[in-house]
Design a protein around this ligand. Structure first.
Ligand SMILES: Nc1nc2c(c(=O)[nH]1)N[C@H]1C(S)=C(S)[C@@H](COP(=O)(O)O)O[C@H]1N2
Ligand SMILES: [Mo]
Length: 550
């Protein structure tokens, strides 16, 4: 094909001075080679910025088509698959930094980051494709293959999950090829056409591509969020065994003392930490988990089995090893479920089993000593949280809860398998630089007043929470400026497995005061002043704030 193929189209255009000038110049540029065939004159390449824009539009279309097909066929979106791989491969320091700075928005930030990287790459690919169009096709194709491999390799996904990314790449690469295959004819001279036929066609094609991409992306997002919402509302149907009242445990009114921290954390306010970009959605009719490995009789337990077994409700505070001193990655709930010990006794734990190693539906793993399941503490397979079925974000249909252990070694959400193993097996976080065992460290936090939030002078109070799960809190002391440590009043003791609130009366005088807190657990150990980072096995140090009195 040559430039002259364009001429019939050109005739359709409203004739105007610039177009006529273009036609005339094209004719002038025509050369005739030795054997008399009209040769295509050397043409300047399309400007790089047009290539970048074309790359952005075509790349966007590739991603959006991939997301749309993934949403329709209900497989993992290529973006989430790559995001999950990024999470799995991110070095510990970066992950810690992300959790600290973005808190639970870390996944939103990751998605924005992925889209930004893709957009920049697509623009570079498009700009290069103005010189060699195959660079564009190959570039988009390469991203398609990356997305396909990531999707097919995620736990619970198969070869079919590669399809959305591959189809998206084919569509995106084709559109880029159509947009860039023929370089623009830039008309030389002072009468240069600012918007000739080719450029207009280019703008229309690329603009349409961008609009279609945005629409496809929006539809994909809609389908996915509708499906998740529908699933969540189904899952929220009360479990019959719960009755209408939900929680059966009485929480004494005296358990509260910190006005900023309810003793029971409502489900919607409960911190959430996991590696999942989208929640595994188990159909409870077909879901079950297994107990296998070093046991006499492997078990398969369905949702109905769990509900039919004797249930217990326990108040247990769980917390994250990534919780900084004074941090918020801690929550207290009434968990309902089946005692893990009962299940393990039925399966028959063999001699030599060292670790209870569990796997989630999305392939996350962790492990804790067998002793923690059998030493009498209330380790459980939980199906309920604060009188409701487990929310999807917190592990529906079932999760593990083990009093006294950080979540990263014990609290598997979306449970799929429990194996009895030796210590050779390593949970998800262990090779990523976290300690193999994760007993919770004794900690305390000032909840009221808030750091540097002014309060009125006069009689008032300082209050907060302290925790040493499964050991219990014996004493909390507060130090104001450099004064004596004062013993705080402890709120009603509900259980050693939950946090304990505390309060100290205080006559506040105007000015800034440094206030710090330390707790002593029921073994008599007082938390250390030494500040250590969250890695590898939990932060230590005394929570210290500045109280501003007007
Ligand atoms: N499947 C799965 N379970 C998981 C995790 C995870 O990443 N995936 N994170 C663990 C960690 S680190 C913590 S602190 C707790 C947090 O539980 P929550 O989100 O219900 O508060 O879940 C644990 N269970
Ligand atoms: Mo955690």
């Amino acid at each position: 094909m040559t430039e002259f193929d364009n001429q019939p189209d050109r005739a359709d255009e409203a004739p105007d001075a610039t177009d006529r000038a273009g036609v005339a110049d094209d004719a002038d540029l025509m050369e005739v080679d030795a054997i008399g065939t009209p040769a295509v004159p050397p043409r300047p390449a399309r400007p790089w910025w047009q290539g970048a824009w074309a790359g952005l539009a075509a790349g966007g279309l590739a991603v959006a088509v991939g997301m749309l097909i993934a949403a329709i066929t209900d497989v993992v979106s290529p973006i989430d698959a790559v995001g999950s791989d990024v999470i799995d491969r991110t070095p510990r320091a970066v992950k810690e930094w992300a959790i600290r700075n973005f808190e639970t928005n870390d996944k939103l930030v990751l998605r924005i980051g992925i889209f930004t990287v893709l957009a920049l790459a697509a623009m570079v690919i498009g700009a290069l494709a103005t010189k060699r169009v195959w660079i564009g096709v190959a570039g988009i194709g390469a991203f398609g293959v990356v997305g396909a491999l990531a999707a097919a390799g995620r736990p619970g996904e198969g070869a079919g999950s590669a399809v959305p990314s591959l189809v998206g790449a084919v569509v995106g690469a084709s559109v880029l090829y159509v947009m860039l295959r023929r370089p623009a004819v830039e008309v030389p001279g002072p009468s240069a056409a600012p918007l000739g036929w080719d450029r207009r066609r280019f703008l229309v094609t690329s603009g349409t591509t961008a609009v279609v991409a945005a629409a496809a992306g929006a539809v994909a997002h809609r389908i996915t969020s509708n499906r998740e919402r529908e699933f969540t509302s189904q899952a929220a149907q009360p479990i019959p065994e719960f009755g209408d009242t939900g929680v059966t445990v009485d929480i004494p009114a005296g358990a509260d003392a910190d006005p900023n921290t309810p003793f029971i954390t409502p489900n919607d306010d409960f911190y959430r930490i996991d590696t999942a970009l989208s929640f595994p959605r188990a159909d409870v009719e077909n879901w079950s988990f297994t107990i296998e490995g070093m046991v006499d009789k492997p078990l398969t337990v369905t949702y109905a089995d769990l509900l039919n077994r004797p249930q217990v409700e326990r108040v247990i505070t769980i917390c994250c090893v990534s919780n900084e001193v004074g941090g918020r990655y801690i929550g207290n709930a009434v968990w309902r479920g089946v005692m893990l010990r009962d299940l393990l006794e039925e399966a028959g734990v063999q001699d030599g089993a060292e670790q209870v190693y569990s796997t989630s539906l999305d392939g996350w793993t962790c492990g804790f000593p067998v002793g923690a399941a059998l030493d009498g503490r209330d380790a459980m397979v939980a199906v309920g949280m604060n009188g409701e079925p487990l929310p999807l974000a917190h592990g529906y249909p079932a999760r593990l809860i083990v009093p006294g252990l950080y979540g990263y070694v014990s609290a598997t959400k979306w449970l799929s398998k429990i194996e009895l193993t030796n210590w050779e097996r390593e949970g998800y976080w262990v090779p990523r630089g976290w300690s193999r065992e994760g007993p919770i460290k004794t900690q305390s936090r000032i909840g009221y007043p808030r750091h540097r939030v002014p309060i009125d002078p006069g009689p008032g109070k300082i209050a907060g929470v302290a925790w040493a799960q499964h050991r219990g809190i014996e004493k909390v002391e507060v130090q104001i400026d450099d004064g004596e440590w004062q013993v705080a009043t402890l709120a009603t003791d509900v259980t050693d497995d939950a946090w304990r609130q505390w309060v100290l009366d205080w006559d506040a005088t105007s000015g800034d005061h440094q206030v710090r807190v330390r707790a002593t657990d029921k073994t008599g150990a007082t938390q250390t002043e030494e500040r250590t980072p969250v890695a590898p096995d939990g932060a230590t140090g005394w929570h210290t704030i500045t109280v501003r009195v007007r």
